[in-house]
Design a protein around this ligand. Structure first.
Ligand SMILES: Nc1ncnc2c1ncn2[C@@H]1O[C@H](COP(=O)(O)OP(=O)(O)OP(=O)(O)O)[C@@H](O)[C@H]1O
Ligand SMILES: [Mg+2]
Length: 459
């Protein structure tokens, strides 16, 4: 790693921020020490057990020999022979000690071979039949000096401990390097992500050379970028649309005001002029209010939910309000079906009003505009249906876009229409946890929204 990288690494290690590298290395070290500790302990105890076993075997073999030597003694007079034999047997065997009780006197073989200070003894007491003794048995204690084995075990313990420690250090060092190496792709991805600037919105993270485990992360990150790009493009288009929509009425207002200021105007002319300016300004104010509403919904405000027991009643009220507009175009209105829903009444009225004003505009004279209310797959569907020119299938998904107005509407377009009505319907549906839908087929167009039924609504 370069020096710069190290400095960057240090800067990144902020207090309170967990370092994955440190965490993994520490765990590797702990596990290595534990694992090696267990192995070393097993080795130590297995060695101790085999030493003990060997000592017991040795003692057993010597016990048999001593028994044999004592049993060979037939009479009192053979005691001296026994002493000689035992002296010969124990000559130079400083790791062994034998104690016999002969006529109440304890005799040791070999003499002074093992001092009390250095003694680490494993001993065995036994009796040998001896008819020539007054009590008929001889009491014998045979002991084996195990201090050499003990020293060896101590050395083994230290060696194993040092090996475990050394092994742990080695595993920690290699583990740290391995972890650093395996996390390098993250740095590479971070470097790639750093290159992603708004000017290069279409670029994505390149995951081709990355490990399989990073693929879900890269995919999700790229999906987020995709959504961001779409939102960014929409925002840019929205800004351009807003500027475009404001430019024409403002230019009209400025032109009219300049005209009014040139020459002398009668007070009636000025009143007319002010009246038309007020209309234009009210239209602009409506546009700005709609945009503000959409901006608030984008920021995530939710609807104030109350139980609307009968959507049909609410729809009839809104239909009544649009009666004049419908009648003007030779249309009739009707409400079919009913359901209850938890929703904000005012917002629901607004959505329905937008749908009805479209239907009133695009419905053929002499036909009927129907407000349909129904429940399907656990959702309340509220739609407005009219008979009129169909929306082309390739355009149907775009009608909910902000400022979208299809060509077909040009015939009907009035200056008052900005193309925000259905995006407001979509926003209202979103605020209630629902969605919008539109079908247009053989002159029947149905546009509406789905809502969550009253009992399941959690807004
Ligand atoms: N019932 C319908 N029949 C045919 N086309 C429709 C219908 N409803 C909507 N559209 C199309 O969808 C477009 C967008 O509708 P929307 O309500 O968003 O805007 P608008 O009615 O043009 O303007 P605004 O609602 O802001 O006054 C319309 O311009 C029209 O082309
Ligand atoms: Mg509309």
């Amino acid at each position: 790693m370069h020096r710069n990288d190290k400095t960057r690494q240090k800067k990144r290690e902020r207090p309170g921020v967990k370092s994955l590298r440190r965490w993994l290395t520490q765990w590797l070290a702990a596990l290595a020490f534990l694992g090696l500790g267990v192995v070393c302990s097993v080795i130590y105890f297995a060695t101790t057990m085999s030493f003990v076993e060997r000592q017991n075997t040795t003692l057993w073999q010597y016990k048999k020999i001593i028994q044999h030597l004592i049993e060979e003694v037939a009479t009192q007079g053979d005691i001296e022979t026994l002493r000689h034999k035992l002296d010969d047997f124990f000559f130079g065997r400083f790791d062994l000690r034998l104690e016999l009780a002969l006529h109440g006197e304890r005799t040791t073989f070999p003499k002074g071979a093992i001092t009390e200070r250095s003694e680490q003894l494993r001993s065995v007491d036994f009796q040998v039949p001896a008819r020539w003794l007054s009590d008929g048995v001889m009491h014998v204690t045979l002991a084996l000096d195990t201090s050499a084995d003990a020293t060896m075990l101590t050395r083994l313990a230290w060696t194993l401990f040092a090996s475990a420690l050394g092994g742990t250090l080695l595993v920690s060092y290699c583990g740290a390097r391995l972890v650093r190496h395996s996390l390098e792709p993250v740095n590479e991805l971070a470097a790639q992500a750093k290159q992603l600037v708004p000017e290069r919105l279409s670029e994505r993270l390149d995951g081709q050379t990355q490990a399989e485990e990073f693929q879900p992360l890269i995919m999700q990150f790229n999906a987020v970028l995709e959504r961001l790009e779409r939102a960014y493009v929409q925002l840019e288009a929205f800004n351009a649309d807003v500027a475009h929509e404001l430019r024409t009425p403002l230019a009209t207002l400025i032109g009219q005001t300049e005209l009014a200021l040139t020459g002398t105007r009668s007070s009636e002319d000025l009143l007319d002029f002010l009246g038309s300016n007020l209309e234009e300004l009210q239209r602009l104010s409506g546009l700005i209010n709609d945009m503000l509403f959409l901006a608030q919904v984008d920021r995530g405000i939710s609807a104030r939910a109350e139980i609307v027991n009968s959507i049909a009643d609410l729809a009839s009220e809104v239909l009544e309000y649009h009666e004049a507009a419908l009648a003007e175009n030779g249309l009739r209105g009707a409400v079919l079906g009913d359901a209850s829903v938890a929703a904000d009444r005012a917002l629901l009225r607004r959505a329905l009003s937008n749908l009805l004003s479209n239907a009133a505009r695009y419905g053929y004279a002499g036909t009927c505009v129907t407000v349909r209310i129904g429940v399907e797959s656990g959702k309340v569907l509220l739609s407005v249906e009219n008979v009129g020119e169909a929306i082309p299938p390739e355009e149907i998904d775009r009608i909910f876009d902000r400022f979208y107005r299809h060509d077909v509407s040009r015939v009907h377009r009035q200056e008052n229409n900005f193309g925000l009505g259905l995006s407001i319907v979509a926003a209202i549906a979103r605020m209630h946890g629902g969605s919008v839908f539109a079908h247009s087929d053989s002159e029947i167009t149905s546009v509406g929204l789905s809502l969550v039924p009253a009992r399941r609504t959690c807004i």
